[in-house]
Design a protein around this ligand. Structure first.
Ligand code: AMP
Length: 366
């Protein structure tokens, strides 16, 4: 069997590695030159709107998925119209691509969100800020990632500059959430509707980029987060892994956003769960039985941003750590790899994660 993956970045690369271990080949599709998933399989290099190239992909693969949520849904529809199984479906992708549509879905399903307004011009942005209060955050409805396409507004007179900074395009304005924690719920849904969930993961960001993810066994909000995630997956008839990000405020979950794909906050599953998120995504989209999502041991994921330090930096922690190097060139603010770190108990893990984070910090860039 051959899996087609639209997008050939590190998520695609790790999906490809997981597929190989299941005896499945992968063929990628990406417009970029020398994408890093090249290490995991051949890449058709073309634009997502190139019908002839998509046709070529359709002839080489049995099922298609994606690793990048800015793929045009029409590319998925094109492939699906040619009889290919496509998962997640184009409609699910479309919901995740637009913050306005996504928030409306949460509202419809009764999933609490921070107060927000959709705005299409400066006057509407000013009115929204007056209603919602400050601080607030303005986010483009589409194409934002890693904190890009969003600006925090602290004073009403900053609205025109914020509107300009995001490119004067359709946006949402959201009340600032004084969250205690940010968590993500990672779930996987099979074609027959069966779902499995990983333990809730607590995420720490810096400069808008995820730095640290730590799963918690028996989180009191686990079951509610699973209910919300299952509701969204069932409504969208979703197949594959989905990440649902929440803010926790006064022990309540507030929905932030969904990612219709494997997610950075689930990378710890490679070394800390019985089945990784990558393997489970491949299993779901290829109609194989889902794997066990049980947590194996206290584990944490630390992102490597900017450059991959020499292995000598963490040599004393060998045996309790694995490096996942994406093979990308060094660049400020770029995710180039991650470390999964583990220990026998939570206290030892917190110490080890803090020590390793300190060791790599001189190499961090961005
Ligand atoms: P997003 O792209 O919406 O996930 O936002 C990126 C990060 O910005 C989040 O993970 C939060 O750390 C922060 N953030 C976004 N929206 C808010 C908000 N309404 N209140 C507080 N922090 C936020």
């Amino acid at each position: 069997m051959t899996l087609g993956v639209l997008g050939a970045g590190q998520l695609g690369q790790m999906l490809g590695f997981a597929a190989t271990q299941l005896g499945i080949d992968t063929c990628f599709f990406d417009p970029a030159e020398a994408p890093c998933a090249e290490r995991a399989g051949p890449v058709i290099r073309a634009d997502y709107a190139d019908a002839a190239a998509l046709l070529k992909l359709s002839q080489r693969v049995d099922v298609v998925s994606f690793e990048f949520e800015n793929v045009p849904p029409d590319a998925l529809r094109f492939l699906s119209a040619r009889g290919l199984r496509v998962a997640p479906n184009a409609d699910a992708l479309q919901h995740a691509q637009d913050r306005g549509i996504e928030k409306a879905l949460f509202d419809r399903l009764g999933i609490p969100v921070a107060p927000y307004r959709c705005v299409d011009d400066l006057a509407a942005a000013q009115a929204a800020v007056a209603t919602l209060g400050l601080p607030a955050v303005i986010k483009t409805r589409r194409f934002g990632y890693d904190g890009k396409g969003q600006v925090v507004i602290r004073h009403a007179n900053e609205v025109p500059a914020a509107w300009k900074a995001i490119g004067q395009q359709p946006a949402i304005i959201e009340a600032w959430v004084p969250f205690e924690r940010e968590v993500s719920c990672l779930g996987v849904r099979a074609r027959d509707g069966l779902t499995r969930f990983y333990p809730l993961t607590t995420n720490t960001h810096r400069n808008g980029i995820l730095r640290l993810s730590v799963p918690t066994a028996n989180d009191p909000l686990q079951s509610l987060a699973e209910q919300h995630t299952r509701k969204v997956m069932d409504t969208l008839d979703y197949v594959g892994v989905m990440a649902f990000e929440f803010f926790i405020v006064e022990n309540q979950l507030l929905a932030n956003e969904i990612a219709p794909r494997v997610h950075n906050s689930g990378h710890w599953t490679q070394d800390g769960a019985k089945t990784s998120q990558f393997e489970n995504h491949v299993r779901a989209v290829c109609d194989l039985p889902l794997g066990d999502t049980t947590l194996l041991r206290p584990v944490a994921m630390i992102n490597l941003v900017g450059q991959v330090p020499d292995a000598a930096v963490w040599a004393t922690h060998a045996g309790h750590l694995t490096l996942h190097d994406y093979g990308k060139s060094a660049r400020r603010g770029r995710k180039v790899g991650h470390l999964n770190v583990w220990a026998d108990d939570n206290r030892a893990l917190a110490q080890r994660a803090a020590t390793v984070a300190r060791l790599i910090s001189p190499f961090e860039d961005g």
